[in-house]
Write a protein of this length. Structure first.
Length: 313
């Protein structure tokens, strides 16, 4: 099957008051936007639930066609292989959802599930403690040590011939906090539980990290930021004494086979849009590609050798 490029086109929309921006600009040492068009000439005047799902206003017709093709792959569900729709088959056998929009709702962010809802746009990243010396290779190329048998993320859905890895259950605890003025407020704190594991017991030292799908709008522009600018902002030793410090996350680039700064994902764990997208295909939907020829199924999970698997997309 031909490999199809994934296109991530961005748009911006918003409302601002120019006078407020001008007043702020006079008081701040940093450049302040002084226009209501937050996306410049690409701003789209759309204010409903489709505002994040439109192409930039200044795209050429050719680019708009590219956007439409990419957007159809983003919205439409994938199915089990083999299927008559061979451009969208290969789902599973283990997965979290069957479409990109299933998590990134209308190109916006996902949300934690309600009391009686299944967690579709939220999943658990899985890991176990790693030894810096013995696990140096996996830490270099993967960033963390996946859980034995269950891999890098908990997949709560499966094709009919397979079983989901487990059920993700979220309980909510009430937490009372006191503000500086003495006001007491009540918040909800999520407690995550993994129940009904279908591939053996979970590791006793299992580490979990909940991830809600982030918004898509504007994210592709992170690739346009020069590396020198990111390095200048890092300030790992807080040399400017502003109380803030940080460093660039160093991640493995599958194309170049070298370590580079990360830009995408909740913890900047991926270097570019291509690798981020292919990683989501493999982990979230069980779809392979030439960049990611394997899914998150481990050798202990015999479903990884499913005869219904499609050729890499």
């Amino acid at each position: 099957m031909r490999q199809r490029p994934l296109l991530l086109l961005t748009l911006f929309s918003g409302v601002a008051v120019a006078a407020a921006f001008a007043m702020a600009a006079a008081q701040e040492p940093y450049p302040i936007q002084a226009t209501v068009k937050t996306g410049g000439e690409g701003t789209v005047d759309q204010f409903d639930h489709n505002a994040y799902s439109l192409p930039q206003a200044n795209l050429s017709m050719t680019r708009r066609l590219d956007f439409s093709v990419g957007n159809s792959f983003f919205r439409n569900p994938w199915v089990e292989a083999p299927a008559s729709t061979d451009a969208r088959d290969g789902l599973g056998p283990l997965f979290n959802t069957n479409s990109c929009q299933g998590c990134h709702i209308k190109d916006g962010r996902g949300h934690p599930p309600g009391a009686d809802d299944k967690p579709i746009s939220l999943f658990l990243r899985l890991a176990v403690p790693a030894d810096p010396e013995q696990d140096a290779d996996i830490l270099k190329t993967h960033g963390f040590k996946p859980a034995p048998v269950y891999g890098s993320q908990l997949q709560t859905a499966a094709l009919p011939a397979a079983k989901p890895e487990a059920d993700l259950v979220i309980d909510w605890e009430s937490v009372t906090e006191t503000l500086s003025d003495g006001t007491e407020i009540e918040l909800r704190k999520p407690v995550y539980r993994i129940e009904n594991p279908n591939y053996g017991p979970l590791p006793e030292d299992l580490l979990v990290s909940p991830r809600v799908a982030p918004q898509m709008i504007g994210m592709g522009l992170l690739e346009a930021i020069p590396l020198e600018d990111l390095q200048a902002l890092a300030d790992p030793e807080d040399t400017d004494n502003d109380g803030l410090s940080g460093k660039l996350n160093q991640v493995w680039d599958l194309d170049s086979q070298q370590t580079v700064p990360g830009r995408f994902g909740w913890k900047a764990a991926e270097p570019n849009v291509h690798q981020q997208s292919m990683g989501a295909f493999a982990g979230d939907m069980g779809l392979t590609s030439t960049l990611k020829p394997a899914t998150d199924c481990t050798p202990e999970q015999t479903v990884g050798a499913s005869p219904t698997a499609a050729a890499p997309k």
